[in-house]
Each structure stands twice: as C-alpha cells, then as structure tokens.
Design a protein around this ligand. Structure first.
Ligand SMILES: CC(C)(COP(=O)(O)OP(=O)(O)OC[C@H]1O[C@@H](n2cnc3c(N)ncnc32)[C@H](O)[C@@H]1OP(=O)(O)O)[C@@H](O)C(=O)NCCC(=O)NCCS
Length: 155
C-alpha cells in the first residue's frame, strides 16, 4: 500500500452533476501505484502519498473536514507501519499549503509538474501540468495495545 487517495481531481468535473451535496467527501480508496508523479516516486519510492484531497461542495470547506481526512489518512498509513506520509500541493494553492504546514507537513525541496486531466461539460479532455511541491509529515510509530511499536510490514 503506497498511495492513499481521497477525492481525486476528477471530482472537480463531477461537481457539475446534480446533487453534489450528496458527495461531500466523494471517493476514498487506497491503491498501490506509489506517488503519482515519477519525479517524486524516484525521490521517495516508499512514501505513501495522499493524492487529490478535496472537500465538495465548497460550502463545506473550513469546517475541519480536510483536517479530519488528513488525520484519518495519517492514521491509516501509520497502522500499516509507515513512518511518514507525503502529499503534493500546487504552487498557486497557498491556502492548502498553509493548512498542511500548520498540520506538521514539512518542505522537502522537491518540485515537480502535477499532471492530470479533466473532461469538461462538452466531453473534451484537457491535459494539465501545474507546478507543485512535495511535502512530507513524519509519523510516530503506531502504538500497540501493550504500549510497544507496531511491526506491520510496510511493503
Ligand atoms: C484544501 C481543502 C481540502 C481543505 O479542506 P477543509 O475542510 O477546508 O480544511 P479544514 O476546515 O480542516 O481547515 C481549513 C481551514 O478551516 C479552518 N478550520 C479548521 N477547523 C475548523 C472549524 N471547526 N470551523 C471553522 N474553521 C475551521 C482551518 O484553520 C483552516 O483555515 P483557513 O481557511 O485559513 O485555511 C479544501 O479547502 C478544498 O477542497 N480545497 C479545494 C481543493 C484543493 O485545493 N485541494 C488541495 C489539493 S493539494
């Protein structure tokens, strides 16, 4: 398990569907592809990545949901024996960047192009490459019932 994905960027296209309020958190899944960007995968091959975090509809933001998702993702990878989690944030996304830094994520100095696509309301596919940077948060070892450290394999 290398990649934790919540509400991917596809959600932005889906938000035009009727009744978006029914999907405040959209999808949530774990997958094994490693970090999505090859530049980051090379630098941090074993680091789980939280990818595509988003809270929809926008009126639901600033109520602690993003923080709760981040904490749940951190606990999720921690229980599996990982001692760090990373995420990418677009250079232009100052609010999200500030939130991550407040929550303990640290600069890695790794910059890359965040490549993704979306399909607009006419069905046209758009390829995007946004300059972004990668942040990492160190996680303590998961506590066990007996007070020791978890020894779950991180493969
Ligand atoms: C970035 C994002 C995921 C954060 O989710 P969120 O639910 O808004 O995050 P939180 O509410 O936990 O924290 C964000 C803000 O609310 C504040 N906050 C936290 N808990 C709060 C609460 N109970 N009541 C009011 N405000 C709260 C935080 O201090 C923070 O302040 P800010 O507005 O100055 O940034 C969300 O804003 C979003 O979907 N943005 C658009 C997509 C995006 O940019 N995704 C990031 C990709 S890297």
């Amino acid at each position: 398990m290398r990649c934790v994905s919540t509400a991917s960027k596809r959600v932005s296209a889906r938000s035009s569907l009727p009744g978006p309020a029914r999907f405040p958190l959209e999808q949530r899944r774990s997958c094994g592809r490693g970090c999505a960007a090859p530049e980051i995968n090379r630098c941090f091959p074993d680091c789980p990545e939280l990818n595509g975090l988003g809270v929809w509809p926008p009126e639901r933001r600033s109520h602690g949901i993003g923080t709760a998702i981040l904490r749940a993702a951190e606990a999720h990878v921690q229980r599996r024996g990982y001692r760090r989690i990373g995420l990418g944030v677009d250079d232009a996304n100052h609010r999200a960047g500030a939130l991550y830094l407040r929550l303990g994520y640290q600069e890695t100095g790794c910059h890359y192009l965040d490549r993704y696509h979306y399909i607009d309301e006419h069905g046209t596919r758009h390829e995007v490459a946004d300059p972004a940077r990668f942040l990492i948060k160190q996680l303590p070892a998961a506590p066990t019932r007996r007070g020791g450290s978890s020894r779950v394999s991180a493969s």
